[in-house]
Ligand binder design. Structure first.
Ligand code: NAG
Ligand code: NAG
Ligand code: NAG
Ligand code: NAG
Ligand code: NAG
Ligand code: NAG
Ligand code: NAG
Ligand code: NAG
Ligand code: NAG
Length: 478
């Protein structure tokens, strides 16, 4: 039959339960006189269908409707045209679903295979990521008919929603949205310190918080100088801090799904106690010049000093080889103390938080040093004379006076002879004694008592003036 397939396409598809229309193309030259459709069954040609119109509509279709159909057209000129076509009854596309090879996926680790399943025949598959088709790159993403392979899945790959669209020649159906959480992290750890100060006062509070990018949320543990702390979670609240809490705090994040850890070595905490109760410890025994070595020790009852400064009478200590410090400068040793060492010693302790100081007044016992007696060597009768014994000493000396080896009842440095007489001439001796050092010093002085006027000749001008003045003063009185 040479004109076969001219009137009808060779194949026609229909979906089970639906209707199919056999398209018919009538050449314009043909004037239809008789038109009849036949189903060609295995048992022979059965004239089952006749139709007033040229096209045949059939349905609802069952699988038994599959088969070959022919159409015969007899024209008015009695020409006969034949057409033959095959009806394919397709199963409808149904129950499109996406299933995953894994229930849980770990970023970079897992290879996820999504399978699109559907009922129907002669199906083709398309994958959509949201509304855009999934683009396979052959490495990370691969598409194989009904399967989507994601190798070393990334966290956002399956957020989707992912759809699978299944179609045959006649219809298509799309799966419900599919999405899947991919576990990832922990990563990008960050720590916050409140207050964020370089150092903190003792007894203050501190809050450290740690955050990590992780899905599911990471478990956070805290470490102090490498040792795990009992506290867990995003914040570590530290109250009433002491110096022993100074050190390094780190947080470690763990994701139980990815089984991955991340650590952050972050906060260095420094707790400083303000210095208070500074005190200088000095020997309780008396200090004797030239004999005693003195240790002054400076200590605070609270707080630790970073630096120690010593001042004497508010000036830096002279750097002599008699002054030695311990390496931490807290003890100052004055070797063989001298009288010049007496004074106010100030020790100042300083740390990052504050300064505190203490003052110690040091008394040095010395002397008496070489004694001397001041006073005139010649005096006129009845002119009051005062002798003074000088012998520097600390504590002040006690004095004893002798005249020509006879002990006098005088115990002061000064010895006043109100109205000297000739018999007061002679040798005066003073002895200074320091009861602490146990040392004594002696000095002698020769005094001559002269008659009235005997000394005038030798008087200087100044002495005359004084004389004249006292004369006029006497005149005034009488
Ligand atoms: C018709 O169906 C046959 C067999 O199923 C197939 O080989 C052929 O390619 C089809 N032709 C068309 C045009 O679809
Ligand atoms: C596609 O899937 C089939 C059946 O699951 C399998 O045999 C074939 O190897 C796959 N091809 C690729 C490129 O993955
Ligand atoms: C889907 O789109 C998101 C956003 O563009 C992308 O991050 C993700 O990798 C995509 N997933 C797939 C399977 O292509
Ligand atoms: C530290 O915290 C405690 C209780 O958490 C509170 O009683 C105290 O006042 C806080 N101390 C400071 C210095 O804020
Ligand atoms: C704390 O960390 C710093 C810097 O990493 C380091 O120098 C110091 O020794 C650490 N302290 C302790 C107690 O581990
Ligand atoms: C991820 O992969 C590494 C190396 O292939 C493996 O050691 C690890 O156990 C995997 N992690 C998980 C959670 O499967
Ligand atoms: C003074 O201090 C030094 C150094 O600490 C020590 O060796 C010495 O024994 C002390 N002397 C006295 C008398 O305390
Ligand atoms: C004291 O000694 C001096 C000189 O040795 C002597 O001249 C004088 O007479 C003496 N006076 C008395 C009261 O002994
Ligand atoms: C000085 O020290 C020596 C020896 O330590 C001692 O014998 C002497 O009595 C001391 N002197 C004083 C004045 O304390």
């Amino acid at each position: 039959c040479c004109s076969c397939n001219i009137l009808v396409p060779p194949n026609v598809s229909g979906v089970k339960g639906k209707y199919v229309t056999f398209p018919l193309t009538m050449p314009s030259s043909v004037q239809v006189s008789v038109l009849s459709w036949f189903k060609v069954s295995s048992s022979g040609n059965n004239n089952i269908f006749k139709w007033a119109t040229y096209e045949l509509q059939l349905g609802p279709l069952t699988s038994a409707d599959s088969g070959t159909y022919s159409v015969t057209v007899v024209g008015t000129n009695m020409d006969v045209e034949l057409g033959q076509t095959t009806l394919e009854v397709l199963d409808p596309v149904a129950e499109v679903t996406i299933t995953s090879s894994l229930n849980e996926a770990v970023e970079f680790n897992s290879t996820v295979i999504l399978t699109c399943s559907a009922k129907g025949s002669f199906l083709t598959y398309k994958w959509l990521n949201g509304s855009t088709p999934v683009v396979a790159d052959g490495k990370h993403l691969m598409v194989n008919a009904s399967q989507l392979f994601v190798a070393g899945v990334f966290r956002k790959d399956l957020q989707g929603p992912i759809y699978c669209t299944v179609q045959n020649q006649l219809e298509s159906s799309t799966s419900p949205a599919f999405s899947m959480n991919v576990s990832y992290g922990p990563e990008n750890l960050a720590m916050m310190k409140v207050p964020d100060a370089a150092f903190l006062k003792k007894d203050s509070n501190l809050t450290l918080s740690c955050s990590a990018v992780s899905s599911p949320a990471a478990e956070l543990k805290w470490f102090f100088n490498g040792a795990e702390l009992p506290q867990k979670g995003t914040t570590l609240a530290l109250t009433s801090l002491e110096e022993k809490h100074s050190g390094n705090y780190s947080c470690v994040a763990f994701n139980s799904k990815t089984m991955r850890y991340a650590a952050l070595q972050a906060a260095t905490v420094l707790i400083i106690e303000p210095i208070s109760g500074t005190n200088i410890t000095a020997p309780t025994s008396l200090l004797i010049a030239g004999n005693t070595t003195v240790n002054l020790t400076c200590k605070a009852s609270k707080g630790k000093a970073d630096s120690v400064t010593w001042l004497k009478d508010d000036k830096p200590l002279m750097d002599t080889n008699r002054i030695v410090y311990t390496s931490d400068k807290t003890t100052l040793t004055i070797i063989t103390v001298q009288k010049e060492d007496a004074g106010n010693y100030k020790c100042q302790l300083t740390n990052k938080m504050n300064s505190d100081s203490s003052i110690y007044t040091m008394a040095v016992n010395y002397g008496p040093e070489k004694a001397s007696i001041t006073g005139p060597s010649k005096v006129e009768v009845e002119d009051t004379v005062e002798l003074k014994c000088i012998a520097p000493s600390f504590p002040p000396s006690t004095y004893t006076w002798k005249f020509n080896d006879t002990l006098l009842k005088i115990t002061t440095a000064e010895y006043k002879i109100e109205k000297p007489v000739y018999s007061n001439s002679g040798i005066y001796t003073c002895e200074a004694r320091n009861s602490v050092t146990g040392l004594t010093q002696k000095a002698t002085h020769n005094l001559k008592v002269k008659g009235v006027g005997e000394l005038n000749d030798q008087l200087s001008d100044g002495a005359i003036a004084v004389c004249l003045f006292s004369l006029s003063f006497s005149l005034l009185l009488f």
